[in-house]
Design a protein around this ligand. Structure first.
Ligand code: TYC
Length: 109
């Protein structure tokens, strides 16, 4: 298949390649997990400092984590989600709190 014709792409192939190029990047949920020891005020500070939440929204998310075990703080592309997880977990360790932040692939894009 090395003649000229074999290099001509059909409209279907062109369309397929265009669709591949246009695919949105995967998105990742960043979550906080509940524990029995991290002070509520510290979690509120984390939500303000790393997720840019207003105080009232930060309180709401913190209470959701406290009551339900976990809550989403935001949805980001992979690099941003990884950075937030690392920064939050480092910040918690620096302050000797067991607070855990993790990421999960989002099913909605
Ligand atoms: N459960 C903690 C307490 O009672 C508060 C808390 C909330 C801890 C959210 C972690 O992600 C968390 N002090």
């Amino acid at each position: 298949m090395s003649n000229e014709i074999s290099r001509v792409k059909s409209p279907a192939v062109i369309q397929q390649k265009a669709a591949e190029k246009l695919k949105l990047p995967k998105r990742f949920k960043v979550l906080l997990l509940n524990d029995d020891y991290t002070p509520m005020d510290f979690v509120i500070i984390v939500l303000q400092k790393y997720f840019f939440k207003e105080y009232s929204q930060a309180v709401k998310i913190m209470l959701d984590v406290h009551q339900k075990g976990r809550a989403i703080c935001g949805v980001y592309t992979r690099d941003i989600a990884e950075t937030k997880v690392a920064l939050v977990n480092d910040f918690a360790k620096q302050h000797e709190h067991p607070l855990l932040c993790k990421m999960e692939e989002s099913d909605i894009n």
